[in-house]
Design a protein around this ligand. Structure first.
Ligand SMILES: Nc1ncnc2c1ncn2[C@@H]1O[C@H](COP(=O)(O)OP(=O)(O)OP(=O)(O)O)[C@@H](O)[C@H]1O
Length: 250
């Protein structure tokens, strides 16, 4: 089996603008993601990160170029991948357990409920299985979403600013939570973030995108074991290098 999970080849995408003009958004992007690799993508605001992610996850078609997952062309959203975005995806009218059971196949209610409860416990929601989303705090809701993604055992997690709505402390906790789960269950992860520290804390590789029409401006490998210390000289040097690429003062 090939080690390449996702192969992105020369993707280009523009959107119709006023007076028949086209706004070029993605300007030719190629990269590969290895099986089990965690790749973070950072870039300036509005450069086209979400557009790129939507194309790779199969929700949007590129004007040209291709995305292959496990060697097959991605023609639409696939059950191999699941998206976690800042908007959230839990159903407000279902309890935590019902939300987690929603995407599960099979007819055995007991099996599905047990699996749902296992994943609820995994993200620290034991005791809240029967709670409705409005009864949870923002951080608990985010954990419920993580559990909802993991319970279906996706091979690929597409994460678009998943924790950006959370406060700094909860954001840190969620990063740790995510890394802990990834330590137990191997997944391939593509993470879009505006937060350079979030990227270097979690990812194996960080791609820095240019302003629109976006291309890959630089790529950094983060060769450090977990748990990482953001204050370590290596990560600080890396952080400064990435901020410099983004045109920001370190
Ligand atoms: N469906 C669409 N139709 C027209 N224009 C779009 C569409 N989707 C995105 N755009 C435009 O493409 C550009 C890139 O948007 P996108 O959301 O991909 O950027 P982003 O890097 O994720 O932004 P942010 O950092 O603000 O989250 C923006 O100028 C946006 O207005």
């Amino acid at each position: 089996m090939s080690d390449k999970k996702i192969v992105v080849t020369d993707i280009r995408k523009g959107f119709a603008a006023s007076k028949g003009a086209t706004l070029p958004v993605v300007g030719g992007i190629s990269f590969t993601v290895a099986d089990g690799e965690f790749v973070a993508i950072v870039g300036p605001s509005g450069c086209g990160k979400s557009t790129l992610m939507n194309i790779i996850a199969g929700f949007e078609r590129p004007d040209s170029g291709s995305v292959q997952v496990d060697g097959a062309e991605q023609m639409g959203p696939s059950p191999k991948g699941i998206v976690i975005s800042q908007h959230g995806s839990v159903f407000p009218w279902l309890t935590v357990r019902q939300n987690l059971m929603f995407g599960l196949n099979g007819n055995d209610h007991g099996d599905k409920a047990a699996l749902a409860d296992h994943y609820a416990a995994m993200v620290g929601l034991k005791g809240f299985e029967s709670a409705y989303p409005h009864e949870l705090s923002g951080g608990m809701l985010k954990r419920a979403e993580l559990a909802r993604a993991f319970v279906v055992k996706p091979e690929i997690l597409y994460m678009d600013e998943p924790f950006s709505a959370l406060d700094a402390l909860m954001n840190m906790r969620m990063r740790t939570e995510l890394l802990r789960i990834l330590g137990e269950e191997r997944h391939t992860v593509l993470l879009i973030t505006h937060d350079v520290e979030e990227a270097i804390y979690m990812a194996d590789r960080v791609l820095v995108l240019s302003p629109r029409p976006t291309t890959i401006q630089a790529s950094f490998r983060v060769d450090m074991p977990h748990p990482r210390k953001l204050s370590s000289p290596e990560l600080q040097t890396l952080r400064e290098a990435i901020l410099k690429e983004l045109g920001l003062q370190a």
